[in-house]
Design a protein around this ligand. Structure first.
Ligand SMILES: [Zn+2]
Length: 499
């Protein structure tokens, strides 16, 4: 048994959960479910990022204390994940005591190592945003893009993390860990950033109040990176339960392409400074665009995933997210695309196979499932489907994994069409074909369960199998020939009614 610690980014509580958050979280969940099928000891973490000036501003605008504000938003994430069937083992909130203790510990270690130093931060600052901006983030005339007013030149004492000292160490580490970032082209992006030269980054603000104070100089409050990135270790006991931390760390981070610099450059350097191991790996996803644009409040194209699951079901939505776009590339969400995927892969393929098998077993086999043949023509298709599915999940490629699983569904439908058991007289020939089809469905239910857990369980039960499909263990459970003859097969309502 191997250990598998998987994380999603923590989501900033100034927005309610939207399609973009759901995208990464569903991918993480499917991966966690796949590793559980493999018998791995899995720990899957998600959570919320709750500190910072923007949260304080939002709270003030809502007439609430920052704590009251985050206490209202964080549960919206937990509830959304529950409705989407997300099986996270933990949910970290950065306002929790366990997190604050760990962040202070990590900061102190980097400070003691000499990698955090006081310096003067100089730059163009928008007072209204309380943010520093670089020239290319400003409109002509040094205007803040949000406030359309001139920024001011500011100097302020900040603590800095000496990232510039880590260029060689990071390059050496990546050299010794090829393929740590998947897909590969995203790894090249990270290496490009490191080779391009690293600038020290500010880790504190004196103007900020809603955050975690630096333990050696508490008038400074930790600014973004040490607070947010540390969640991946504080949640598993860093600073509070060293044994638990050592059990799970290092972990694998699922991230979006916009946070490569922070996760693949800043974060491993921070860990190195503290004498800790860098992450085991990163899986970098693209954006799920809507109408070709990144979802944002200003463009008014925010999609609420919970509205979609009312329409198409949890599994229909999960399947679309996993199957439609190669992980790492940008995808473009359209409602028409969602419906087309649902109809072709779920209604016409999986749903149709389950229904026709149950119908024919009902009419020709007395409703009792016959045994599969050891030398079935479908056995090779099942073995190929398992191998290809497993290889794709190992490469963080859910779309390829599902395509490989769906090959077995297509092969089984084709096998039924070639044999036309619905036209034949009941007897050994029909029994043999239907036993094979039932066995293929059993394997499909297991392999598809990380994507469509509710529907996979329904197939499992309709073909007469006891217990939970999620309790099956691969690779043994995918071996051809385990379907037990003599089980009642039931049709039930359509699994995926056409839309
Ligand atoms: Zn501004």
């Amino acid at each position: 048994m191997s250990r598998c610690y998987l994380t999603t980014p923590i989501y900033y509580v100034t927005a309610k959960p939207h399609l973009g958050h759901a995208y990464t979280t569903i991918i993480g969940d499917a991966l966690a479910r796949w590793h559980r099928l493999l018998g791995d000891d899995v720990h899957f973490l998600t959570g919320t990022d709750e500190h910072g000036q923007k949260v304080a501003d939002y709270a003030e605008a809502a007439g609430k204390s920052p704590q009251e504000f985050v206490d209202e938003i964080a549960p919206l994430y937990a509830q959304a994940w529950q409705r989407l069937g997300i099986t996270n083992d933990d949910f970290i909130r950065t306002t929790e005591e366990r997190h604050k203790i760990g962040v202070a510990d990590l900061l102190q270690r980097c400070y003691d190592a000499g990698d955090i130093e006081l310096d003067v931060y100089k730059g163009k600052y928008c007072v209204a945003c309380e943010e520093y901006y670089t020239d290319d983030e400003l409109d002509p005339g040094d205007l803040c893009r949000i406030h359309k007013r001139p920024v001011e030149y500011y100097e302020e004492e900040n603590y800095f993390f000496r990232l510039s000292r880590f260029q060689d160490r990071l390059l050496q580490w990546y050299d010794a860990h090829p393929g740590a970032i998947k897909p590969e082209f995203r790894g090249n992006e990270a290496l490009g950033l490191i080779r391009g030269g690293l600038r020290d980054f500010s880790v504190s603000r004196t103007s900020l109040k809603w955050g975690i104070p630096l333990p050696w100089d508490p008038k400074h409050v930790a600014y973004v990176w040490f607070d947010a990135l540390s969640n991946y270790i504080t949640a598993i006991g860093y600073g509070s339960d060293e044994e638990r931390f050592n059990t799970w760390w290092p972990g694998t981070h699922l991230i979006g392409k916009d946070i490569i610099r922070h996760h693949c450059v800043y974060w491993p350097a921070m860990l190195m400074s503290a004498g800790l191991e860098p992450p085991a790996g990163w899986a970098v996803g693209g954006w799920l665009l809507v109408g070709g644009e990144k979802m944002s409040k200003t463009s008014g194209n925010v999609v609420n995933p919970l509205d979609l699951i009312d329409d198409i079901g949890v599994d229909g939505f999960r399947y679309y997210v996993l199957a439609e776009t190669p992980y790492g590339q940008d995808g473009d969400f359209t409602y028409e695309g969602l419906i087309a995927r649902y109809n072709s892969d779920l209604a016409n393929n999986l749903g149709n196979l389950a229904a026709r098998v149950a119908t024919v077993v009902g009419k020709k086999c007395g409703g009792i499932g016959p045994a599969p043949r050891a030398d079935s023509p479908l056995a090779a298709a099942a073995a190929t489907a398992y191998e290809a599915t497993a290889a794709a999940w190992a490469e963080f490629a859910p779309n390829r994994a599902l395509d490989a699983t769906w090959q077995l569904i297509r092969a089984t439908n084709a096998y039924l069409e070639a044999n036309e058991p619905w036209k034949a007289e009941p007897g050994p020939a029909v029994d043999a074909v239907m036993g094979d089809a039932l066995e293929a469905l059993r394997i499909v239910a297991i392999l598809a369960s990380p994507a469509v857990p509710g529907s996979a369980q329904a197939v499992w039960e309709r073909i007469g199998l006891a217990g939970q499909v999620t309790d099956q263990r691969l690779p043994v459970a995918a071996a051809w020939g385990s379907y037990p003859a003599g089980q009642p097969v039931t049709k039930g309502d359509p699994l995926f009614p056409r839309r």
